[in-house]
Design a protein around this ligand. Structure first.
Ligand code: G1P
Length: 296
């Protein structure tokens, strides 16, 4: 009997980071939202770390005006490193910002036409390979001793191939802020996706399972995006392009076993900061005491 064909590995990830971050003004007037720190790491670092844990090598940032700091963050800061080493300081805090030469790539999205358009801007770099997408606003944190969201997705992908999205359940009252799946048969953390709709009204939503910012897609989606018209909010939606792929290729949803924080909102950002600080061995106990004191 012949071995089943293993799906091609995921080595590239696209990070759409061209947004203006208006919800976080004035903080984001000069500093890209993705560089705002959650404790002591910028938001984008969590997504890149999650990608690397999943075996992804090439990071493709879809940036825009005023957002080049994100690319700088993953470069070598020569003067800083020189000064730190002259002072005998530990340089290992910068390890997570290092990249293999050529593995950090930036493309520009000149006009904010939507998430689907942002992804399409990376088509020449993605080429003919399956690839991952990370929406860095969605901060996905592994369970203690567990693995990250993308690693869980890559493991599922090795079994089923095709396209995968991460999903989670939200109260019905929130579905209209997200992409929503029409779920088919479920098998553990995997659910077949029968349909997808972007920002439906509560009445039109096929479920309360929302697309939560992590994707593994086949390169054919770029050709669909090429001709994708405007959808919800007058934007070119990735969800609409993905919906067209259903039926032509396998399409599954993975429910992440871990925590998710919506850093696109201020409350979610504060929640992520608190949760991550509380879980950190170097400061958790102190933060807990501090929180208790503030709440008393
Ligand atoms: C985007 C996607 C949506 C997804 C959401 C997750 O929406 O279009 O399908 O559920 O991210 O955060 P946006 O937040 O850009 O409106």
């Amino acid at each position: 009997m012949s071995e089943p064909v293993r799906p091609r590995p995921i080595k590239k990830a696209v990070f759409p980071v061209a947004g203006l971050g208006t919800r976080f003004l004035p903080a984001t007037k000069v500093v890209p939202k993705e560089l705002l720190p959650v404790v002591d790491r910028p938001l984008i670092q969590y997504a890149v770390d999650e990608a690397r844990e999943a075996g992804i090598e090439q990071m493709i940032f879809v940036t825009g005006r005023g957002k080049t700091g994100i690319v700088e963050h993953f470069d070598i800061a020569f003067e800083l490193e020189q000064t730190l080493s002259e002072r005998g300081k530990d340089l290992s805090v910068l390890d997570c910002t290092r990249a293999t030469p050529g593995d950090v790539i930036a493309v520009r999205q000149q006009v904010p036409l939507g998430l689907g358009h942002a992804i399409w801007c990376a088509r020449a770099i993605v080429g003919d390979e399956p690839f991952a997408i990370f929406l860095p606003d969605e901060l996905m944190v592994a369970r203690e001793g567990g693995t990250g969201c993308m690693k869980q997705m890559v493991e599922a992908y090795r079994e089923v191939g095709g396209n995968l999205i991460s999903v989670l359940e939200v109260p019905m009252a929130q579905v209209s802020s997200y992409g929503v799946i029409d779920p088919g048969a479920a098998n553990g953390a995997l659910t077949e996706v029968r349909g997808l709709v972007e920002k439906p009204t509560q009445a039109d939503a096929p479920s309360n399972k929302i697309v939560s910012g992590r994707y593994i897609l086949q390169p054919e989606v770029m050709r669909v995006l090429e001709n994708q018209g405007k959808g919800a909010g007058g934007e070119i939606q990735l969800t609409d392009a993905m919906a067209k792929m259903i039926g032509t290729q396998p399409f599954h949803a993975v429910t992440f076993d871990g925590a998710r924080y919506d850093c696109g909102s201020k409350i979610g950002f504060v929640e992520a900061t608190l949760a991550i600080a509380l879980a950190r061995p170097d400061m958790g106990a102190e933060v807990r005491k501090l929180a208790e004191r503030l709440l008393a």
